[in-house]
Design a protein around this ligand. Structure first.
Ligand SMILES: CC(=O)NC[C@H]1N[C@@H](C)[C@@H](O)[C@@H](O)[C@@H]1O
Length: 442
């Protein structure tokens, strides 16, 4: 008999992070919307690298912020809009250009599976207020306008048919259909972006309809929760957990509640003692940005490093893709997903369903980095920075014998008083980070 939650903080605070979420380690974030049509933002900074002040909001690298980037009336996106579309061309005028004519949700889901992802999170309503599902509370949605399909419903079915979990993103506190003064700095709006009871009711009803229609395994709220309905939060969470027993939520609920905490690019803190999730795009944007070609995206080695470093620190990686308006995924993004999947085919045993090891990451000389994960008593050692075909690496404080997850490598182990000395033959740089399994090594 599954636990029944009541609408009280005492009750929902008993909720624990479900094992499936901790074990999944790698998910795909999808930002797809009207903003995918102009697909424009300047390539400036990673979130968290600079202050989110006027300079940030007038040079916003997030292409999904296009509405605000033209609403501020200055900066590269505004100038681009005036030059390319003219000052009388509104954001909503892009809607008929979002046709999704080549969209095949099953192909997306197959790609995510091949990438080694175990869950997906789709934007159902981003800050522009456009709904990627047939909401009962607004006609500003993708069944009535633009693609004229239930994007959320079709993708949810395809993702689940490929054996992945489906999560939904909702912009809880910013909705430019309700409040659209230009945002020049975070404190202007984020704290109280939509300050009406009308919006509080609207957003509560939409979040509940998303839970009831799609039973999302992850409810990924963004920005925050309306102050006017904060007292309703435990009721929503109790309803969500009662409807979706395996449900899990992030930490963007006004700091009042979370199952897992989030980092976004450089913003946010990770504490390995609790479950957290890193989300980022492959470039500086979540929405598709035509200014981000292959050379501007994170490299495959850096992507594999990000996954290993995140997982070894008790995190999940939620890696974003920004599809084009026709429903295709940019080739440079697909290439990276497939490369990650190829690496995970060989090394996934040291990633999926592992937990944090007592061993902390450390350097092993000659620029070699070590990362660790554990699975019951077995220890997995990730070795980054090998360069030669033949390498000798000392793994301090580790005893026993190691086998490599990559069967094309040859590994000999020698126990020394400092730890395990391993000789690795057959390395080449296409292998990126390699993984050794040390039976009973944890
Ligand atoms: C830290 C924060 O509030 N980020 C908001 C940010 N979240 C990203 C996943 C994207 O959806 C951005 O467009 C959004 O502003």
């Amino acid at each position: 008999m599954s636990k029944k939650y009541t609408g009280t903080w005492n009750s929902v605070n008993e909720h624990e992070v479900p094992k499936w979420y901790d074990g999944c380690k790698f998910g795909i974030f999808i930002h797809w919307g009207i903003y995918s049509v102009p697909a424009f933002a300047p390539r400036t900074w990673e979130l968290g690298a600079v202050e989110t002040n006027e300079e940030w909001f007038c040079n916003n690298p997030y292409a999904e912020w296009y509405y605000n980037s033209i609403n501020v009336g200055k900066g590269p996106s505004y100038e681009h809009h005036i030059e390319k579309y003219g000052k009388d061309f509104s954001y909503e005028d892009f809607l008929p250009m979002w046709k999704a004519e080549n969209w095949q949700p099953q192909k997306w889901a197959e790609l995510f599976r091949k990438a080694g992802a175990k869950y997906v999170v789709l934007t159902t309503k981003h800050h522009d207020g456009f709904c990627l599902y047939p909401s009962e509370y607004t006609d500003f949605n993708c069944e009535e306008l633009g693609p004229k399909r239930d994007i959320t419903g079709e993708l949810t079915d395809a993702v689940r048919s490929e054996g992945l979990k489906m999560g939904l993103y909702y912009s809880g506190l910013i909705d430019w259909q309700f409040a659209n003064d230009p945002i020049f700095k975070e404190e202007d709006n984020f704290g109280n972006a939509c300050p009406t009871f009308e919006y509080a009711d609207y957003s509560y009803n939409q979040m509940k309809e998303l839970v009831d229609k799609y039973h999302p395994s992850v409810f990924w709220n963004d920005i925050g929760w309306p102050k006017q309905s904060e007292h309703m939060m435990p009721y929503f969470l109790a309803h969500y957990y009662n409807v979706v027993e395996e449900g899990v939520v992030n930490d963007r609920f006004n700091g009042l509640y979370h199952d897992f905490s989030t980092k976004e690019y450089k913003q946010g803190e990770a504490n390995r003692k609790e479950k957290w999730e890193m989300c980022r795009g492959m470039g500086l944007s979540f929405g598709y940005n035509e200014n981000e070609g292959d050379d501007q995206l994170i490299s495959v080695p850096d992507l594999i490093h990000l996954l290993v470093a995140t997982v070894s620190d008790n995190g999940n990686l939620l890696l974003n893709i920004g599809p084009k308006p026709d429903g295709t995924i940019p080739a440079e993004q697909e290439k990276r997903l497939l490369a990650l999947g190829k690496w995970l085919e060989i090394n996934g045993e040291g990633i999926y369903d592992t937990s944090c090891s007592a061993h902390l990451p450390e350097t092993a000389g000659d620029g070699v980095q070590l990362f660790f994960t554990a699975k019951e008593k077995d220890l997995y050692v990730f070795i980054e920075g090998l360069s030669k075909e033949e390498n000798t690496v000392l793994i301090p404080g580790v005893k026993g014998s190691a086998e490599t997850l990559d069967s094309t490598l040859n590994v000999q182990c020698e126990e020394t008083k400092e730890g395990m000395k391993v000789r690795i033959n057959g390395y080449d740089k296409e292998k990126h980070i390699i993984c050794l399994k040390v039976k009973d090594g944890e």
